[in-house]
Design a protein around this ligand. Structure first.
Ligand SMILES: N[C@@H](CCC(=O)N[C@@H](CS)C(=O)NCC(=O)O)C(=O)O
Length: 370
């Protein structure tokens, strides 16, 4: 018996030591941090949230009269405040769509700016109703954090930005580079995988706040800025001379970004999911902010169902019949939100690419609204 216990202890020490020897330097800290975060959230999450909030979110939102939306601390085009604290962006529009669906008023949203590290705890604790903050859907997050991803509002991938003067042509030229990024992100883990898989050294320079990352990179404290490509495009406009920088061609990961809700409240998950699908389906059917009025008198059954003149979709979701018409009237369809916030005519200048509607060959596919 004593031998068995000694053996188990020795094995446990061996496993722990092996883990630490296999990973290096700052990578250990970041991976352990993500693991520790997951464990502590698991400890508090598995049963508590369902008991506290099961089926309650829609009732709470109706009672308090607004949706509390967890956003970034400022990523232009995604979730960003102006000088009067008016938030805009495609992530903000998901929260506005939910407010339009549930409360009939897209302005009834309050925003909680969160760092990457804080975001899941804020959702778990009930501090926010939705997390809509360039958050990647991964297996670990979906299964271990007591949260549900309600869909994808931007398909992305991780990239690298460098100064043009560095003379680097591609990611394989980055051996030995100092790499700036955000703590508490998938970015940290992907960059560790990338350098390890390619047998290259690197030095991670990580910060909790995105603006600290931008400032450090801008000040030349690192050679490379790595994050989701969309965020690189967005943060680039904050640099002192954006044109001196370039994004390298390689995309090293899949980053499907989307809204997240707590486990244990299926009705709320449905509401968020279908609010996003309404924006996708409206684009597919050619229903826009401008023509939604005339669509009310359409003779197309799918459109009549969409605007709530036929069928029970709204009622079944616990919403009014005109829930999706309100989304389009007040927020617009997905394509309109994309063009207004991140499209070619904005400072971010993203093209639709894989984020085009499926009818145009993209991945944006709303489930059938009937
Ligand atoms: N999509 C990745 C990265 C998300 C992320 O937080 N990216 C940084 C890079 S710009 C960011 O948005 N920071 C904004 C902030 O901290 O307010 C994830 O879900 O982990």
């Amino acid at each position: 018996m004593k031998d068995l216990i000694v053996g188990i202890v020795a094995l446990a020490i061996g496993v722990a030591a092996g883990y630490m020897i296999n990973d290096k330097g700052t990578q250990v800290a970041s991976l352990e941090e993500e693991n520790a975060g997951l464990k502590s959230q698991l400890a508090t999450s598995s049963s508590a949230p369902a008991a506290k909030t099961g089926g309650q979110t829609i009732a709470n939102v109706k009672k308090k009269g607004f949706v509390q939306c967890g956003v970034s601390q400022g990523v232009p085009g995604f979730s960003n405040p102006d000088a009067s604290d008016n938030w805009t962006g495609i992530d903000v529009d998901v929260c506005r769509a939910v407010a339009a669906a549930v409360l009939g008023d897209s302005t009834k949203v309050k925003f909680s700016p969160l760092t990457a590290k804080e975001r899941f705890t804020a959702l778990q604790s009930g501090e926010i109703d939705i997390l809509s903050r360039n958050t990647t859907w991964t297996a670990t997050r979906d299964s271990a954090l007591g949260v549900n991803f309600a869909g994808v509002n931007y398909y992305d991938g991780q990239g690298f930005m460098v100064r043009k003067s560095l003379g680097v042509k591609g990611a394989m030229d980055l051996a030995g580079a100092a790499v700036c990024t955000n703590l508490g992100t998938t970015t940290e883990l992907n960059v560790a995988d990338f350098f390890r898989a390619n047998n290259m050294e690197y030095k991670l320079v990580a910060f909790e706040k995105a603006d600290e990352v931008v400032a450090a990179y801008d000040a030349g404290r690192c050679d490379v800025y790595t994050t989701d490509q969309s965020a690189l495009a967005a943060q680039r406009i904050k640099l002192s001379s954006p044109d001196d920088h370039m994004v390298l061609p390689e995309v090293i990961s899949k980053e499907p970004l989307g809204p997240v809700v707590r486990h244990g409240d299926d009705q709320w998950l449905d509401v968020v999911k279908w609010s996003l699908y309404a924006m996708l389906n409206a684009e597919e059917m050619g229903i826009t902010k401008t023509n939604i009025g005339t669509m009310m008198n359409s003779d197309n059954p799918s459109i009549l169902r969409f605007v709530g003149k036929e069928g029970d979709v709204g009622k079944n979701l616990g919403l009014s019949a005109d829930w999706s018409a309100n989304i389009i009237k007040q927020v617009g369809n997905y394509g309109e939100s994309f063009e207004r916030n991140v499209g070619p005519n904005t400072a971010i200048k993203l093209t639709r690419g894989v984020n085009a509607n499926w009818k145009d060959g993209g991945l944006m596919y709303g489930m059938p609204g009937r």
